[in-house]
Design a binder for this molecule. Structure first.
Ligand code: PRP
Length: 179
């Protein structure tokens, strides 16, 4: 697995340090409230587990699975719900947790869709953001790191379902995904 890695973009220690900062920011913003965290499977799972364990507030976990239509390394903009939530969001303070905002299509769609379920508030927390790749206007509320347009894996992010378990955010060798 490591032979496919070109370089480490964000080392584990830096990721964990940033997650603690994000958690502090979220705690300050949600004092006295119960947060419903929605983990968007599968990429966000690793970040989600690290983030929620740093939050010292009452919270609930929800899991959703979505897939964008089409294949390849870019998403098509259309989103299909593979697994929906088990509980209503009415009146809840919701934070959607994602691994990456790329074109912005997935979160643009998801946030609008979930907002129609009348939560008290809805925000987005993403570990990574690639603003240079935006196709739709979308801005996250809590962002771990803004990164340039490199093909990254690790910390939940995959290429062809591999590399999610790497602790660092790594740049994949181009020959791996251009094969
Ligand atoms: C990734 C990521 C986001 C989406 C971001 O999911 O987790 O959901 O793509 O891309 P966008 O901003 O261009 O819409 P992916 O479809 O790869 O599924 P995964 O989470 O199971 O890896």
């Amino acid at each position: 697995m490591l032979k496919d890695i070109e370089s480490i973009l964000i080392p584990e220690a830096k990721i964990q340090e940033r997650i603690k900062e994000l958690a502090k920011q979220i705690e300050a913003d949600y004092q006295g409230k119960t947060i419903t965290f929605i983990c968007i499977l599968r990429g966000a799972s690793v970040f989600f587990c690290d983030l929620v364990r740093e939050i010292n507030l009452d919270c609930r976990f929800e899991f959703m699975s979505v897939s964008s239509y089409g294949a390849g390394t870019t998403s098509s903009g259309e989103v299909r719900i593979v697994k929906d939530l088990n509980t209503p969001l009415e009146g809840k303070d919701v934070i959607i947790v994602e691994d990456i905002i790329d074109s912005g299509s997935t979160l643009h769609y998801l946030k609008n869709m979930l907002a129609q379920r009348n939560p008290a508030s809805i925000k987005v927390c993403a570990l990574l953001d690639k603003p240079s790749r935006r196709k739709v206007d979308f801005k996250g509320d809590y962002i771990g790191f803004e990164i340039e347009d490199k093909f990254v894996v690790g910390c939940g992010l995959d290429y062809a379902e591999r590399y999610r378990n790497l602790k660092d955010v790594c740049v994949l060798k181009p020959e791996v995904y251009t094969k």
